[in-house]
Design a protein around this ligand. Structure first.
Ligand code: SF4
Length: 195
C-alpha cells in the first residue's frame, strides 16, 4: 500500500470502536522521506480537532526540543522529521488505548515506518514504547539504549524517550529527555561514520 492508499484507508477506517467517537483521523505530519521519525501514543483532544499529531502545549514542547537539535516537523526543513501515533483516532476522555485497538491500528503505523524508511525512530512515552517494542517493561528500563524495530524488509534503530505531555508534568525529567536526544544524535553520527 502506497501513501495515498494508506492515508485514504486510515481516513475511512472503522476497524475498531474509536471510529465512533473521533472527529477525524490523525494520520501523520512531516516529511515522508525524513531521516528521523517520531512515534507517539494517540491523538488527544486538540489533535482530534486539528487532525495533526503533537499539537497544543505538548506539541510546542516537542517542537522546541526538536529545534534545540536542529530538527523540525516542517517538510522543507534541513533536518525534517515525520511524526505519527500508534493509534490514529482519539480514545474518548484520553483513556489508555485498549489492546484490541492497538492490534487493529498498529499495521498502519508499521506501514508508515516502512514507507518513510527512517534511519532512526524516536519512540515517545511508555505506551508507544511498550506497543511498538512488544514489551511490558517500564520506560525507565527502555530508555538509554538502542532497540530495533523489525520488519519483513529489515529493521530500524529505535530510541525510547519520555512523552512531552509527561515532561510538562515532570520538569525534572527534561534532563533525561535531553540525554535521550543526545544519544539519538550520537547513534546517527556513528552510523554516518560507518557508512
Ligand atoms: Fe481504524 Fe486505527 Fe481509528 Fe481504530 S484507531 S478506527 S484501527 S484508524
Amino acid at each position: 500500500m502506497g501513501w495515498d492508499e494508506l492515508e485514504a484507508t486510515v481516513s475511512a477506517c472503522t476497524a475498531c470502536s474509536l471510529c465512533q467517537s473521533r472527529t477525524q483521523t490523525v494520520f501523520g505530519v512531516g516529511s515522508r522521506t525524513a531521516p528521523w521519525m517520531i512515534v507517539g501514543e494517540a491523538p488527544g483532544a486538540e489533535e482530534d480537532a486539528r487532525g495533526e499529531p503533537f499539537v497544543g502545549q505538548a506539541g510546542r514542547l516537542l517542537d522546541n526540543m526538536l529545534a534545540s537539535i536542529g530538527r523540525s516537523r516542517q517538510v522543507d526543513a534541513s533536518h525534517p522529521i515525520y511524526i505519527a501515533n500508534v493509534l490514529k483516532c482519539r480514545p474518548p476522555g484520553n483513556r489508555n488505548p485498549q489492546p484490541e485497538e492497538v492490534v487493529a491500528c498498529e499495521p498502519f503505523l508499521l506501514r508508515q515506518i516502512e514507507l518513510v524508511r527512517p534511519r532512526l525512530v524516536l519512540v515517545m512515552g511508555r505506551f508507544a514504547a511498550q506497543s511498538v517494542l512488544h514489551t511490558d517493561a517500564p520506560i525507565s528500563a527502555l530508555r538509554g539504549r538502542l532497540h530495533r524495530l523489525r520488519f519483513a524488509a529489515g529493521e530500524v534503530p529505535a530510541i525510547v524517550t519520555y512523552h512531552p505531555a509527561y515532561l510538562l508534568r515532570n520538569l525534572a525529567d527534561k534532563a533525561k529527555a535531553w540525554a535521550d536526544l543526545c544519544l539519538a544524535l550520537d547513534l546517527e553520527e556513528g552510523a554516518a561514520r560507518e557508512a
